[in-house]
Design a protein around this ligand. Sequence first.
Ligand SMILES: C[S@@+](CC[C@H](N)C(=O)[O-])C[C@H]1O[C@@H](n2cnc3c(N)ncnc32)[C@H](O)[C@@H]1O
Length: 257
Amino acid sequence: MEQWLERLYIAAEGARLRNEDRRKAREVAALLDEIGRGISRFSRRSPIVLVDAAAGKSYVGLLAAKLVLDVSERRGRVITIERNPAFVSASRLAAERLESLTPIECRGGDVAEAAAWPEDASIVAALHACGAAADSIIGRTIAVHARMLLLVPCCTSAAMTAAARAEKAAERAGIPRHAPVRRRFIQAMVDAERTWRLEAAGYETEVVEFVPPTVTPHNLLWRARFVGEPRRMKAAEEALGRLAEGFSPCVPPADAL
Ligand SMILES: C[S@@+](CC[C@H](N)C(=O)[O-])C[C@H]1O[C@@H](n2cnc3c(N)ncnc32)[C@H](O)[C@@H]1O
C-alpha cells in the first residue's frame, strides 16, 4: 500500500513518504479489506458502483478500483466526490497514472448535494469524513438505497446540528463544562444518533475499531449493511425517539404545575 501511495501521489509530487503517509497506508489497506469483504457478498450479476465520498485525493476509491475490483474481476465503476478543486485535480491525475481497468470518475461537488451522487450507488466508503460531511453521507447513502456504507467519521465540530443538539442535552443533563468530559458526552450522543439513524433506515450497523488508535484517534468504522428488517427498524426508530427526548427541554408533569 505504501508503494502505491508513493507511486501515485508522493513521488509524483516530488516528495518522499512521511510517517503520516505510512499511517494513511494502514488505514487505506484496512478499508480496502472491508470493501473486498463487502462486495464478496454482492451478486456477480450486478455491477459494483463504489462511491468514495469526501474523497480528498481519492486514495480509497482509486486503490479499490485497482486492488479490489480489478483483482477480483468484478464489473463496476468508481465515483469519487470531493469539494476541494485542488484535490479533485490531484485525484484525476492519479487516476490516469493508475491505469485501472475499472472506470473512475472524480467528481467535484458537495456530498450534501443529491446531484453529486450516482443514483445506482451500491457501496459507499468514506474515510475521515469531517464534521457534517459524515451526516450528509449517511443521508445520501439512505436516499440512493446503497446496499452498504463503510463510514469513518472524523472531527465533530460545534457547528454541526447534531453537536449543537447534544450540547443542549449536556446542559440539561448537568454534564460539567470541563472540556474532556463534555466532549466525550457530545461525541457519544452524535455517534448514537448516527447509529440509530442507519438502523432505522434498515441498515444492520456495527461500529468497530478498524485500525488501532495509535494509527489515528478517529478509528471508528460504521459498517452498515442494508437488510430492511422491519422489527429492527421499528426498534431503532423508537430508540432514536428516546434519544431525541434527551435532546428536548424537560416538560414538568401536569400535576406538578
Ligand atoms: C480529512 S479529509 C479525508 C480525505 C480522504 N477521504 C482521506 O482519508 O484521505 C476530508 C475531506 O473531505 C472533504 N470534504 C469535507 N466536507 C465535504 C463536503 N461537504 N463535500 C465534499 N467534500 C467534503 C474535504 O475537502 C477533505 O478533502
